[in-house]
Design a protein around this ligand. Structure first.
Ligand code: UDP
Ligand code: GLC
Length: 412
């Protein structure tokens, strides 16, 4: 789980400078107020968990909703305050002008509350788009350097026009430093705002490889028995929240072309996509593959579930900003087949550490599964290289070190 690293003094982005063991030992480090809109455990929240968990003595986390994320933060010793407002929580991704007007009073309350907290810290670190809006709007009140960790590709495929305009304006007038989770995300920001992409550092998420050593993947049958999965079937695993753009329907479609394979969907509809989850079940029933599809729901022990698979699929139909599940599949030493768009092509090199397919193309996905199934030596080679890359290029140490350097720079 997350490491205990300090906010280090000064080091170049690739420095291997040794870091002290506790942030309490670095009293001159900037103190940070982190803000995240969600109480749920999405990828952006896992990224914050590792960062906030590394500097609990000099930080606090404000969440805009209750949920399991709070519990996970507190388990790491983080101080957490929840400032929820039912009306503001109701603003959805495709925000309309009318929606925005209705929630103005609630927004102002939250802007003031966050600003009041921020005054007690050196830096304000905003981890999601609603956090960006509420934290950046309060800049005249708190006057603290504002960092935004951008986890999204800012295009019309993903967001509404109003939301993009708000982000564009806030980034220009109230954000001191944007940090992007991939070059793809950074490029989308540059295209939206006109700011120079060179001024946006990219910090990839780190994945804690040690959690993947806790499960022994050598006795697959025993592992599958423990998880309630069929012991002998050929299993493809798809991990992530159930949401239309994550493309679970594409995997179901591909399964109709893979007669004896099974598909395990690990994840839940975290942000109100229950109708999509229901449609997936109907699709499986209608296609006559329900007996080969396993809806596992949200699982905490992702490493164990990944190790139980023969192959890991990633099927996002829109460009994935980063894709933690891909790096996790790599860390689990499983061959990963991923949709080639967005940040994914910064992680996966086709035929070297994974396999890339056209997003949304179920036939190509089924062909890729067939190809890896027919050539176990190739699948093994990809998985081995993937595990090496996950450990070296996407370590939590590297992630926390780069993040803390960026935070320190913004604080100066
Ligand atoms: N995850 C989890 N349990 C599940 C499904 C997903 O803990 O049942 C985690 C997964 O391991 C990953 C994160 O949720 O760390 C999803 O992050 P990703 O970047 O892949 O996608 P996002 O949901 O942020 O778009
Ligand atoms: C977002 C993105 C995902 C990324 C995660 C962590 O939730 O959708 O692609 O991996 O943030 O940066």
């Amino acid at each position: 789980m997350p490491h205990s690293l300090p906010l280090p003094k000064a080091a170049s982005p690739d420095s291997s400078a040794t870091l002290a063991a506790s942030d309490a030992l670095e009293p001159s480090m900037p103190s940070v107020l982190f803000v995240d809109q969600s109480g749920q455990l999405g990828g952006a929240e896992f990224a914050l968990l590792e960062l906030a968990g590394s500097c609990v003595a000099r930080s606090e986390v404000v969440l805009l909703a209750e949920g399991p994320f709070r519990v996970r933060l507190e388990a790491l010793g983080a101080r957490v305050e929840v400032l929820s407002d039912a009306h503001v929580s109701g603003v959805v991704r495709q925000a309309s002008v009318l929606n925005c007007l209705r929630v103005v009073p609630g927004i102002l309350r939250q802007v003031r509350a966050i600003a009041a907290r921020a005054r007690a810290f050196d830096v304000l670190f905003l981890n999601t788009q609603k956090a960006l809006v509420l934290g950046a709007l309060g800049k005249p009140l708190h006057r603290r350097p504002v960092i935004w960790y951008q986890h999204d590709i800012l295009t019309r495929e993903h967001f509404g026009r109003v939301q993009l305009s708000v982000v564009k304006w806030l980034v220009r007038v109230a954000v001191d430093q944007v940090i992007a989770n991939s070059h793809a995300s950074a490029r989308s920001l540059a295209a939206l705002t006109g700011i120079d992409v060179e001024t946006v550092p990219v910090v990839y998420n780190g994945i804690d490889a040690s959690t993947f050593n806790l499960t022994d993947g050598s006795d697959i049958a025993a592992l599958r028995r423990r998880l309630g999965l069929p012991e002998r079937a050929w299993l493809a695993g798809l991990f992530g929240r159930l949401a239309p753009w994550k493309g679970q329907h594409v995997a179901l479609d591909a399964l109709t072309r893979l007669p004896d394979a099974h598909l395990v969907l690990v994840g839940a509809p975290l942000f109100g996509e229950d109708a999509y989850a229901q449609r997936l079940r109907e699709q499986a029933a209608k296609s006559g593959i329900a007996d080969r599809v396993h809806f596992a729901g949200f699982q905490d022990d992702v490493p164990a579930w990944m190790k139980a698979m023969d192959v890991i699929l990633h099927t996002s139909t829109e460009p994935e900003p980063f894709g933690r599940v891909i790096v996790e599949g790599m860390a689990a030493a499983r061959p990963v087949i991923a949709a080639a768009a967005g940040g994914v092509i910064e992680i996966v090199r086709h035929g070297e550490n994974g396999w890339l397919v056209k997003p949304g193309d179920a036939t190509a996905l089924a062909d890729a599964v067939d190809a890896l199934r027919a050539d176990p030596a190739l699948a093994r080679r990809l998985a081995q290289q993937a595990q090496t890359d996950a450990r070296t290029e996407f370590s939590v140490d590297r992630y926390v070190r780069r993040m803390t350097q960026a935070i320190e720079k913004a604080a100066r």
